[in-house]
Design a protein around this ligand. Structure first.
Ligand code: NZQ
Ligand code: ZN
Length: 385
């Protein structure tokens, strides 16, 4: 097991009716900026619950944070937070709203060029407004981590930053808020959280039993409950288990003591920025092909996954691995996220732009061994045609 440092100060209120705890988290008379997306929270009753809980506060609103939040939009919210001298940002929505709000929280305390926050990877962030979250889409883990992904639409750059200063001070997770999710977002949430677990698991064995077995249990939850959430959207137990699984998948717990490989995400971000695919759609395309391409280096963990998660125990090692990859592809497709570029209307002509963007962004040596170059990415994507 490798060395690690673990820090996670986010307080979580989980369960039915927990939005009411906003009253105890936010002091009366606070100046609160509520941030949200395109309006789903107004249709499913979440907005009303939030406003009701904040009756004793001065509330400002910023709406219209789009999926894959745009820098161009977020800087308008930064100006509003500065102008109104708000005490706290309350993000109400999915990963895009929360990520965008992390940027707003940092930007509101920054006087230079706001894009510095991205180009320095968050190193220039010395102060940020406190951030609270009401999560409505289980997927990213942003509600309990230090990361944020922002897109500058003008230049098709989708990049991330991280800072302990933008970790949410509290997050409210009420599974009932997820009943209104369309099937496409249920699928995205299941696939994204599945891949988050894999990016911290599918490397090489280091005998980190806690992280490995936590990861395997979370994978089983998604395999079991993901399809049921599509069939029975109002099943509370299923929604609750998926919601906590997605948070645990990327709140820092699984990375303790293990190598990680975030290359599927790095490649996927470029596909989203260039071709407007949903985040999880890109992951479904890239990961199975990346595994095939890196089969030798990932052999130990691929076999462990095949045996312990998918119960594949017979056949040669190569057969077991191939079957495990195929079953993963089948699961993504069953959820509604097929695993080829062509399924989303893309062909080989899409690949050079991905290579160029990765090169531009300095992603020259990714993967757990730092041995996946932009040329390797071309080969990986050719396997995903
Ligand atoms: O905008 P509204 O109207 O709210 O609609 C949203 C949006 O259209 C809708 N939605 C959310 N909750 C809903 C709902 N619709 C009905 N009922 C509800 N309860 O869902 C759509 C997608 O929302 P979005 O927030 O974009 O989805 P997601 O949570 O998947 O977030 C994706 C973003 O997170 C980033 C991704 O790159 C992408 O930009 N990620 C952030 C990470 C992190 N901070 O650690 C890690 C991830 O790997 C990921 O990169
Ligand atoms: Zn992700």
């Amino acid at each position: 097991m490798n060395n690690f440092t673990y820090f996670n100060p986010t307080k979580v209120h989980f369960g039915k009716g927990q939005i009411a705890t906003l009253k105890q988290e936010i002091a009366p008379n606070s100046r609160v900026l509520i941030t949200y997306g395109g309006g789903s929270i107004k249709k499913n009753g979440v907005y009303d619950q939030v406003i009701d809980a904040l009756k004793d506060c001065t509330v400002f609103e910023f709406s219209g944070i789009e999926p894959n939040p745009h820098y161009e939009t977020l800087i308008k919210a930064v100006e509003l937070a500065k102008k109104e001298k708000v005490d706290l940002i309350l993000a109400v929505g999915g990963g895009s709203v929360i990520d965008g709000s992390k940027f707003i929280a940092a930007g509101a305390c920054y006087d230079g060029d706001y894009w510095d926050i991205i180009t320095t990877g968050g190193n220039c962030v010395k102060k940020a407004l406190p951030l609270g979250c009401v999560l409505t889409l289980p997927a990213t883990g942003s509600e309990m981590n230090r990361n944020s992904v922002v897109t500058r639409a003008a230049t098709q750059d989708k990049l991330s930053f991280g800072s302990d200063l933008v970790r949410p001070t509290f997050s409210i997770l009420d599974p009932e808020t997820t009943y209104s999710l369309p099937a496409r977002q249920i699928a995205n949430g299941a696939v994204d959280s599945f891949v988050h677990i894999m990016e911290q698991y599918m490397t090489y064995p280091v005998n980190a039993k806690v992280s490995d077995r936590f990861a395997e249990s979370l994978l089983l939850n998604i395999l079991e409950d993901g399809p049921v959430a599509l069939e029975k959207p109002n099943d509370y137990e299923v929604r609750a288990n998926l919601m906590w699984t997605a948070t645990m998948a990327l709140n820092g717990t699984l990375r303790n003591g293990v190598p990680t490989d975030w290359s599927t995400h790095a490649i996927g971000h470029e596909l989203t920025a260039l071709f407007s695919l949903d985040h999880a759609q890109t992951l479904a395309i890239v990961m199975p092909s990346l595994w095939r391409y890196k089969k030798e280096q990932k052999k130990g963990k691929l076999l462990q996954y095949a045996n312990r998660v998918l119960n594949i125990t017979s056949g040669s090692e190569d057969e077991q691995i191939e079957l495990a990859i195929q079953k993963t592809e089948e699961f993504f497709a069953l959820m509604g996220n097929p695993t080829t570029l062509s399924a989303y209307g893309l062909d080989e002509s899409a690949i050079p732009a991905v290579k160029q963007k990765l090169t531009e962004h300095g992603m020259l040596a990714i993967g757990e061994h730092g041995d996946i170059t932009p040329d390797d990415v071309v080969e990986i994507l050719k396997l995903a045609l």
